[in-house]
Design a binder for this molecule. Structure first.
Ligand SMILES: [Ca+2]
Ligand SMILES: [Ca+2]
Length: 394
């Protein structure tokens, strides 16, 4: 960061964009043993390994601080006398879409769907932590010893918590299962606060894909535009059904309640697909790449800037702000809300000699609000984009 650039005070933010879950086959074997101290723990599993600050005895006073567990060699279950997390599933933004899959695509190889034209029931899955304690998993790999509860997605190049969510399509008035989704694995992280619960997090405090968890009062969002985030309904006749989502079925995560881990949402499956919209946050109807596409985007957040300054926003350490893993893209829109390629203020795929994106633009004198969207360079693909914004006087 040059001397002329400065963080935007409180507006400097770090937010981790969504990631993908696919693949039931564990590419790793459980090898964690609790004996060794993990003081030099390094997270890997993303293509850019990140150092993780593991607390020592001296700097952890709170015996319920979940981070202290890292010292004991990785993931161990929390002390039941400490405040526990409680996850609940919420289904949102249900959408029906027909799209084509190429043989050899990630989603076909990982068993989510089949080659050819397929009809999909897509939806967001939001999992708020409404419990009193933080959910903390830490890095998927401690000293290169993967925890058995994580799996490595070869197509997506990072670790997910195995079998976190299970999706079924059920008949309206019976327990008959009509269609089944892929058992979805998640990278569990802090997407945003849930209904004003919890507390604001300091920059860098939010959990990410390389140091996973969900703070109390925060939620993880799995966007419907992501790979494998659907039930394939190609062979399902039109009619009314119920979508069922269950989380943490195997209780691999310790919660204060398991009775609230199932949710139903009624859906109408029409005979033909609804008209295609121009919403850039819709999932892409075919394979799509690059920053100019108008599908498969995730709205990250809206921000303010100081009119007349030059704003640089991105997730690219080489350009001086933020960091990324995988291969993301960013787009900046004027005002609050998403925008298309034609109306974008700026967009970028790769910058400063890396696959991480960064853009610069003048903060308009008449309108000081902008919205940042992110996505995988290949629509639906895994990425992590920890955005930061800086302002410089021209
Ligand atoms: Ca629960
Ligand atoms: Ca990129």
């Amino acid at each position: 960061m040059s001397a002329a650039m400065r963080p935007i005070g409180l507006a400097v933010f770090t937010l981790t964009a969504a990631l993908i879950g696919c693949g039931d086959d564990p590419a790793v074997t459980p090898t964690v043993d609790a004996g060794d101290a993990a003081v030099d723990a390094v997270a890997s599993g993303m293509d850019a390994p990140a150092a993780v600050d593991v607390p020592t005895t001296a700097d952890v006073v709170d015996p319920c601080d979940p981070r202290r567990r890292l010292r004991d060699g990785g993931l161990i279950d929390p002390d039941p006398s400490c405040p526990l997390p409680n996850l609940i599933p919420v289904i949102d933004r249900v959408q029906i879409q027909t799209r084509s899959f190429a043989p050899g695509s990630c989603e076909v190889m990982e068993g989510c769907t089949m080659p050819g034209r397929r009809r999909l029931l897509r939806f967001d899955l939001i999992t708020p932590n409404i419990g009193a304690g933080d959910l903390y998993l830490g890095p998927p790999v401690i000293n290169n010893r993967p925890d058995g509860r994580f799996e490595y997605g070869a197509c997506h190049m990072h670790y997910h918590f195995r079998g976190y969510a299970d999706y079924r399509l059920m008949a309206m008035s019976s327990d008959t299962e009509v269609a089944r989704g892929h058992k979805q694995s998640f990278c569990l992280l802090d997407s945003a606060r849930y209904m004003d619960m919890g507390r604001a997090l300091r920059p860098g405090e939010a959990y990410t894909c390389v140091d996973q968890g969900i703070h109390a009062g925060w939620f993880d969002l799995y966007d419907r535009a992501l790979d494998c985030q659907y039930i394939d309904i190609t062979d399902v006749p039109p009619g009314r059904y119920r979508v069922r989502a269950r989380i943490n079925e195997l209780r691999g995560l310790t919660e204060s309640s398991y009775d609230d881990n199932e949710v139903f949402r009624e859906v109408e499956i029409p005979a033909t697909d609804p008209p295609v919209s121009n919403d850039p946050t819709d999932a892409c109807a075919a394979d799509a790449d690059g920053a100019a596409r108008d599908c498969g985007w995730v709205v990250d957040r809206a921000l303010s800037c100081t009119p007349g300054t030059r704003v640089t926003v991105g997730c690219n350490a080489a350009c001086g702000a933020g960091s990324c893993a995988g291969n993301p893209v960013v787009r900046v829109c004027a005002g609050d809300g998403p925008c298309t390629h034609a109306s974008a203020v700026a967009e970028n795929d790769d910058a400063c000699g890396t696959q991480c994106p960064s853009v610069s633009f003048m903060c308009p004198l008449f309108r000081n609000r902008y919205t940042v969207m992110t996505g995988g360079s290949r629509a639906g693909a895994a990425y992590e984009c920890r955005l930061e914004a800086t302002e410089a006087r021209p």
